[in-house]
Design a protein around this ligand. Structure first.
Ligand SMILES: O=C(O)[C@H](O)[C@@H](O)[C@@H](O)[C@H](O)CO
Ligand SMILES: [Mg+2]
Length: 382
């Protein structure tokens, strides 16, 4: 079998799909994207594609290493997202060619179903109680929300109290019948991370995500030493070489690699195994589309330390299209009681509605995240 063509489709809400065709009529799908930089990743995919045309898609390991190491420069959000989508598509081809789901090629199921969570509250945490009540009615009991609005490097006790009051309100309404992660989203700098974690401690969130920016990861250990709240991060780390340093220094209880940013299934499997060696849990990041989620699930269902899966149904970013709008097999994404079952189809388990994708790609928006500013006019982390 030989790779014949790579086609990319940028679509609403802010996703990109990659289709890799072969000379035997089997095609694989991937979801390479950096949210807000889709065109940049698209260019990177097609540059990497030069290495793939004419190659045997079965040789995922060799192709992965050739793409990762062959261009001298390596790593980073754009390149590793392009590589991730290609890797996903190659695994999709392999599973389809052999007639089995990817997880069967990786040793089979380690669990029968995977716990999922949903976002509530939007860009600036609001209406969280109502959001949770709506999702509870659908059987969900685990959620994630932004912890703060804009927060200055050194902010007021009032700003901390506002963040804490929202969480205290959740516990007063729902008690411990729900669990939730709090995403600091990189908005909290080192000076504010400690006071915020300390004040949140009594409400026992499931985890705090990105307690400081990924480039400040050397603080994870110090923050972990001062709080019992499990700390999570990973969506802005892009290879096992980045996660290696974070695992060695300690501090993170949960790793959140993104299957569409951290080199795909091949790389995230390695990251999952490294995390397990340190007794660190895995909760793949996935605010994206169906192929990205399917790739996460293939890793979740073979990784003992996979504990929680983000999925984007109802997320505030999905304006113009929802998680399962581009698939024929929405019914295969069986979410019930806060869990999702293994996808039954061969490959990644997604039956992409190609006509719908092509149609949507004709009017794809160039999504951008907002540029926030503090009261003094300086840039605020979004
Ligand atoms: O945890 C999450 O889902 C992420 O922090 C998410 O909000 C961002 O990755 C966003 O997609 C960036 O555009
Ligand atoms: Mg996050």
């Amino acid at each position: 079998m030989k790779i014949t063509q790579l086609s990319t489709y940028r679509v609403s809400p802010r996703w990109m799909f990659l289709k890799i065709d072969t000379d035997e009529g089997i095609s694989g799908w991937g979801e390479p994207v950096i949210e807000g930089r889709a065109r940049t990743v698209e260019a990177a995919v097609h540059e990497l594609g030069e290495l793939l045309i004419g190659q045997d898609p079965a040789r995922i390991n060799d192709l992965w290493q050739a793409m990762y190491r062959g261009g001298f420069y390596r790593g980073g959000a754009v390149f590793m997202s392009a590589l991730a989508g290609i890797d996903q598509a190659l695994w999709d081809i392999k599973g389809k060619a052999l007639g089995v789901p990817v997880y069967q090629l990786l040793g089979g199921l380690v669990r029968d179903r995977m716990k999922i969570y949903s976002w509530v509250g939007g860009d600036r945490p609001a209406d969280i109680v109502a959001g949770i009540q709506t999702l509870q009615a659908l059987g969900l009991n685990t959620f994630k929300m932004n912890g703060t609005e804009e927060l200055a490097m050194l902010d007021s006790a009032k700003a901390v109290d506002a963040a804490v009051a929202r969480i205290a309100g959740l516990r007063s309404v729902f008690g411990y019948d729900i669990e939730f992660g709090i995403d600091f989203h990189g908005r909290v700098a080192w000076p504010m991370a400690k006071p915020l974690l300390r004040e949140l401690e009594p409400y026992r969130p499931l985890f705090v995500e990105e307690p400081v920016l990924a480039e400040q990861s050397d603080y994870y250990r110090r923050l972990s030493d001062m709080t019992s709240i499990p700390l999570a991060a990973g969506e802005r780390m892009y290879s096992r070489f980045e996660f290696k340093r974070v695992l060695e220094q300690g501090g993170l209880a949960v790793l959140q690699p993104d299957l569409s940013h951290a080199g795909g299934i091949s790389e995230c499997l390695r990251i999952a195994a490294m995390a397990e060696a340190y007794d660190v849990a895995l909760a793949p990041h996935c605010p994206l589309g169906p192929v990205a989620l399917a790739a996460c699930l293939q890793v979740d269902f073979v990784s003992y330390n996979a504990v929680l899966q983000e999925q984007s149904m109802g997320i505030h970013y999905n304006q113009g299209a929802e998680l399962l709008d581009y698939v024929h097999n929405a019914a295969d994404f069986r979410m019930e009681g806060g869990y999702i079952e293994p996808l039954p189809l061969p490959g990644l388990g997604v039956d992409i509605n190609e006509e719908r994708v092509i149609e949507a790609s004709r009017s794809a928006p160039d999504w951008r995240n907002p540029l926030w500013r503090h009261a003094d006019g300086s840039v605020a982390e979004w």
